[in-house]
Ligand binder design. Structure first.
Ligand SMILES: [Zn+2]
Length: 243
């Protein structure tokens, strides 16, 4: 029997959630749950949503949807905000520490590469104590942090967040995560992937192109521009430096 995952997009309708740097939390969470749902279905999971449009659903109703459908897991998605504009990073909240929270936090960190704020127990959150199944609430990043908000705006952020969450769920149930191969097949063997780069000691990332798993990073082109290009196997980083 395939497992049923209830995915909860935080806020909605009149409740915008946290605003920050021109973005509303409710819009990011809705886009994120849709991508998480797609990826889960590709991995054989059944999915129910607490909302699939910009409408207000109260917290009791969110729990009722998960409980009455006997969902196996409940995953709520939020974006954080704080008066301290420097606050940043990813955290996963749960009623009491559980393996799912640990696995989702671990995989979100490996994908998003934001600061690790850890797995935190929260007894006061309605959706965590009103749901009967294992439940987690992911705070992906901070809209109030200018730099993080720039990242949160991007499709890459949504994709990496969804991959992190689905990887965590797959690992929890022992399901093999296979989305990269599927994307390769769909695009005729070519796929885009994020590559970590270090340019003159400064960390960043860029998009690389891969054909059947082989990297087509345009090293020759970068050399033509007068830079040295190297690859650090251990950290899987492309190192670019001025001559
Ligand atoms: Zn929220």
């Amino acid at each position: 029997m395939s497992k049923l995952i209830c995915i909860d997009a935080g806020h909605g309708g009149n409740d915008s959630g946290a605003p920050g740097n021109g973005i509303l939390e409710k819009n990011v969470t809705l886009k994120a749950v849709k991508r998480v749902g797609e990826l889960l279905q590709k991995h054989g999971f059944k999915v129910i949503y607490t909302r699939i449009s910009d409408n207000y659903v109260n917290l009791g109703e969110r729990c009722r949807i998960a409980n009455s459908n006997n969902a196996d897991l409940f995953v709520s998605i939020h974006i954080n905000s704080d008066d301290n504009l420097q606050a940043s990073g990813t955290e996963t909240l749960c009623y009491s520490k559980n393996r799912l929270a640990e696995l989702i936090q671990k995989n979100l960190l490996s994908k998003l590469k934001l600061k690790d704020r850890g797995v935190k127990e929260r007894k006061d959150l309605y959706v965590l104590n009103g749901t009967k199944m294992t439940a987690v609430l992911c705070e992906l990043g901070f809209l109030s942090n200018k730099k993080e908000a720039e990242f949160i705006k991007t499709d890459k952020f949504l994709e990496l967040s969804a991959e992190g969450i689905v990887l965590g769920i797959c690992e929890y149930f022992g399901v093999k995560f296979k989305i990269e191969n599927e994307i390769e097949k769909k695009t005729g063997g070519i796929m885009r992937k994020t590559i970590d780069v270090v340019i003159d000691g400064k960390k960043g990332f860029t998009e690389g192109y891969f054909i059947e798993g082989r990297n087509l990073f345009t090293a020759d082109f970068i050399r033509c521009l007068g830079f040295d290009v190297g690859y650090k196997e251990k950290t899987k980083q492309v190192i670019i430096s001025s001559k």
